[in-house]
Write a protein that binds this ligand. Structure first.
Ligand code: NAP
Length: 327
């Protein structure tokens, strides 16, 4: 089966995913596109032999031309499209964030639980990076003993002038929160944000930030965001266990930006999603629950940035549907 994918949002990451699906991945084709700016969608469709342009995301989701939906529009629109895909019974890959509020994430979870079927996968692509997969295997082998601390550095060379201090948490550290949950196999239960001396290259932005995050078992996750570090896009990780440490393997040289660092991970992420759909399996990647958990940690982080207090992360009970997640 060739999976017919409809893409909602043909901006930067949407067109990048379209290129990888048509250029380097197998088992799928782009059958439909839409964008808030239809002229942009039409331009993108010109290079796609089989893609119809739809006026709205809702119309695209309802079309018989579409087997599965790729949501790559602006974050606040994600809830509407993910809910519509669930209602239509179609698998949906939603770029992060799953939704911009915890309540919206809960509505998505309720709809998926009611359908009693995992239809949603969230775009936390780090889980598909070969180095992160090796680090997880090392932790799970038991060779380090119980993990005590995970250090996660997230450094960007520069950010646009529209980047706000909250974005260091909701757009940047969100990836570190997800990967820490996945590596350690635990929920995060509290966060405290500590601003460092501001980088003078940051035009007054409160940057860097350190975040001290607690896990259920009492281990700590130390996240650093530095978004004006100039020298490149530098992602680091180190797990410290009771009897050993393991470091995230990095590329031979520091990449210029995130695309260079994570292109193979994006490829693997979407290929595994396509393969699961083609075989009729539930997606095994990051679930609605994972998207929800990341959003709740972000909300607590933003609150802590304002108050400088330790803020608890309260998730509530995890529905049984998400225990089926295997990756
Ligand atoms: P972008 O370049 O602004 O693209 C978003 C596109 O969606 C724009 O063309 C926008 O049109 C369109 N859009 C907005 N509302 C829409 C609607 N209701 N229906 C259809 N199209 C709509 O943004 P981006 O950088 O690609 O980011 C898109 C999403 O991907 C964001 O949620 C972002 O966080 C996520 N992302 C994830 C990663 C990752 O590391 N996994 C990396 C980059 C981005 P207009 O411009 O006309 O509004």
């Amino acid at each position: 089966m060739t999976v017919a994918i409809g893409v909602i949002g043909t901006g930067m990451i949407g067109t990048s995913h379209i290129r990888r699906i048509t250029g380097s991945l197998s088992g799928a084709r782009i059958s439909a596109v839409t964008d808030a700016d239809l002229a942009v969608a039409k331009q993108v469709a010109e290079d796609l032999p089989d893609a119809e342009v739809f006026d709205t995301g809702q119309a695209l989701i309802g079309s018989g031309r579409v087997d599965a939906v790729l949501v790559t529009s602006w974050g606040p629109t994600h809830e509407e499209f993910v809910l519509a895909a669930i209602a239509a019974g179609k698998p949906v890959f939603c770029e992060k964030p799953l939704a911009t509020t915890a309540d919206a994430c809960r509505r998505i979870i309720a709809a998926e639980v009611a359908a009693d079927r995992r239809l949603v996968q969230v775009g936390f692509m780090r889980r598909y990076d070969a180095a992160y997969r090796r680090l997880k295997a090392e932790i799970e082998s038991g060779a380090l003993g119980a993990p005590l601390i995970y250090y996660s550095a997230h450094r960007n060379p520069a950010v646009p002038s529209t980047y706000t201090r909250e974005m260091a948490i909701v757009d940047t550290a969100v990836h570190d929160f997800d990967i820490a949950r996945w590596l350690l196999g635990e929920e995060l239960v509290a966060i405290r944000v500590v601003p460092a001396k501001p980088n003078s290259l940051g035009n007054g932005l409160q940057d860097p930030l350190l975040m001290i995050v607690e896990t259920e078992s009492g281990a700590l996750v130390n996240v650093e965001t530095s978004v004006n570090i100039r020298y490149g896009y530098d992602i680091r990780g180190e797990a410290v266990g009771e009897k050993g440490t393991a470091t995230l393997a990095g590329p031979a040289r520091v990449p210029a930006d995130w695309r260079e660092r994570f292109t193979p991970a994006f490829d693997t992420e979407l290929q595994e999603w396509i393969d699961a759909i083609a075989s009729g399996a539930e997606p095994a990647g990051p679930s609605s629950w994972d998207g929800y958990a990341a959003t709740v940690v972000c909300d607590a982080g933003v609150k802590s940035l304002d108050t400088l207090d330790r803020v608890p992360v309260v998730l509530g009970a995890k529905p049984a549907l998400y225990e089926r997640s295997v990756r």
